[in-house]
Design a protein around this ligand. Structure first.
Ligand SMILES: [Zn+2]
Length: 206
């Protein structure tokens, strides 16, 4: 059995969405050995920083939240598909050759995995690609950018996926993972009423 860690490491200089200062995690040591018997750290972080999952409430008022998630949806068989040949935008026609089936969990490996710096021109999923996945009725889609959409004023990709109850995972690291079938574990922290949560994501290869 081999485990592939596909999570970002959280640190103060990590890549964050659009390099926005307010998305940067703050780690503060609040107690340490100089005057205490133990060390404690406080983390202040946007829920969409680093590897994380989005629930319907992210774009749908009244939508389901992290604490309502059935964990079997993120502890599941999955497929990594190689889209490193896609230049900027993933369209339905890029997904058609993969014979995607109902209930599947699909992770996109793109050129986003090749850099640890935030790329303002990151590869994203077009609305027609999201509509294709919604029509298939998949369980979850994961991507290796910090956003599954970019420059869409109507947020068509997020709204289409979340409206079809497809869970989104963003910020995966797939550079060293070949295309293929795996078991995915991407379990979110249980936060009441939250639209998103950090996940520690890994793949099991048997
Ligand atoms: Zn997000």
């Amino acid at each position: 059995m081999k485990i592939h860690d596909i999570s970002m490491t959280v640190h103060s200089d990590m890549q964050v969405y659009k390099s926005r200062q307010e998305m940067r995690p703050e780690l503060k040591i609040t107690r340490d050995f100089d005057d205490s018997a133990a060390r404690e750290t406080t983390l202040c972080m946007n829920l969409h920083t680093g590897t994380h999952m989005d629930m319907p409430l992210h774009f749908i008022p009244g939508g389901a939240t992290v604490d309502q998630l059935d964990l079997s949806r993120l502890v599941t068989a999955c497929r990594v598909i190689d889209l490193t040949g896609v230049d900027l935008v993933i369209h339905a026609e890029d997904l058609m050759p993969f014979d995607i089936r109902e209930g599947e969990t699909i992770l996109f490996k793109t050129r986003n995995s090749l850099s640890e710096d935030f790329d303002f021109e990151f590869v994203y999923l077009a609305t027609d690609g999201a509509e294709f996945l919604a029509a298939k009725g998949i369980n979850c889609v994961g991507t290796d950018s910090l956003g599954i959409e970019r420059a869409q004023s109507d947020h068509g990709t997020h709204k289409t996926l979340l409206g079809a109850d497809i869970i989104i995972i963003e910020g995966l690291r797939l550079k060293d993972v070949p295309q293929g079938r795996y078991e995915l574990c991407a379990v979110p922290i249980k936060i009441a009423g939250a639209e998103a949560a950090p996940v520690r994501a890994f793949l099991i290869e048997r």
